[in-house]
Design a protein around this ligand. Structure first.
Ligand code: SF4
Ligand code: SF4
Length: 279
């Protein structure tokens, strides 16, 4: 079973919840940090990383001896990664999105497949938790292939918790599209509600069952709760603000270590979700 944890934006407690779930699972569990732009699950799970690999994408390299400067590759490239000045064709690999379109249109076999490193993938164990995360290269715009590489490490027979990237754009969709269930973490504020609505709409379109956890539940109003009621989205859990939680977070201490009684709450939540997914 795959459970993804997302949020409309950063800073709402997504990683706190996903790492807490992994720590409370009490079974063969895997944690995949798909927030490759800013992975911070490792801060709370403190894994021993034993494996590291670079992740690359395919980019074109020009074989000038074959190129007739027909311009077809430049014309098809939607990312301006190929430019042509008279008879000179230039390729800018850092702008390439690896769509492979240019290879398809070149009739002269003048484009050679080359690779470009976009980031690294690391894995190891955090106690009993199988841990995987990716770190995209600084300034790199191609996070999704790295995210896919992290997701590719999911073991089908293992409970997998996916820490999805914030927002609702491509990386979020890519993270959740195979999930059996998505937990959306939000705050009871107008901004929280706005972002929640966007994320919930995406999940509805993909027909992925979801539930909501309201973090710092006592610091806002009840509009999130009312929205969830009106949309039939279950509110799975409400976590009131506690100074100890915020201080623990700032020191890299996980929620369930700061408030140990929450382990049972998260463990029960996993059981509830498993039951719902099995229906
Ligand atoms: S692979 Fe796609 S993005 Fe990259 S240079 Fe070719 S057409 Fe452009
Ligand atoms: S499509 Fe091929 S032959 Fe035409 S400009 Fe590009 S690399 Fe050269």
């Amino acid at each position: 079973m795959q459970i993804a944890v997302g949020s409309g934006k950063g800073g709402t407690g997504k990683t706190t919840i996903s790492t807490s779930l992994a720590l409370s699972a009490g079974t063969d569990v895997q944690y995949l940090d798909c927030d490759v732009e800013e992975p911070n699950g490792h801060i709370f799970l403190k894994p021993k990383l034993t494996h590291r690999e670079t992740v690359v994408v395919t980019v074109p390299r020009l074989d000038e001896s074959r190129c007739t400067a027909c311009g077809k590759c430049r014309d098809i490239c939607a990312f301006n990664a190929i430019a042509q000045f008279g008879k000179t064709v230039m390729i800018f690999p850092e702008m390439c999105h690896s769509c492979l379109g240019c290879f398809r249109v070149c009739e002269e076999d003048a484009l050679i497949e080359d690779t470009r490193e976009i980031g690294i993938l690391e894995s190891g164990m955090a106690g009993d938790i199988h841990f995987v995360h990716g770190r995209v290269r600084i300034g790199e715009a191609m996070g999704v292939p790295l995210l896919k590489a992290v997701k590719h490490k999911a073991e089908q027979d293992r409970l997998t918790i996916i820490d999805a990237p914030p927002g609702t754009s491509c990386p979020f969709v890519e993270s959740v599209n195979d999930a059996d269930y998505v937990i959306l973490v939000t705050e009871p504020t107008p901004f929280g509600l706005h972002d929640l609505k966007l994320a919930a709409t995406v999940l509805k379109n993909f027909k992925i069952p979801s539930g909501v956890i309201i973090n710092r539940s006592d610091l806002g109003d009840d509009r999130v709760q009312r929205y969830c009621d009106s949309e039939n989205i279950p509110v799975l859990l409400e976590i009131p603000f506690q100074r100890a939680i915020a201080e623990g977070y700032a020191r890299g201490i996980n929620l369930v270590d700061t408030v140990p009684e929450l382990r049972t709450v998260f463990s029960d939540l996993l059981t509830r979700i498993a039951f719902e997914v099995a229906q």
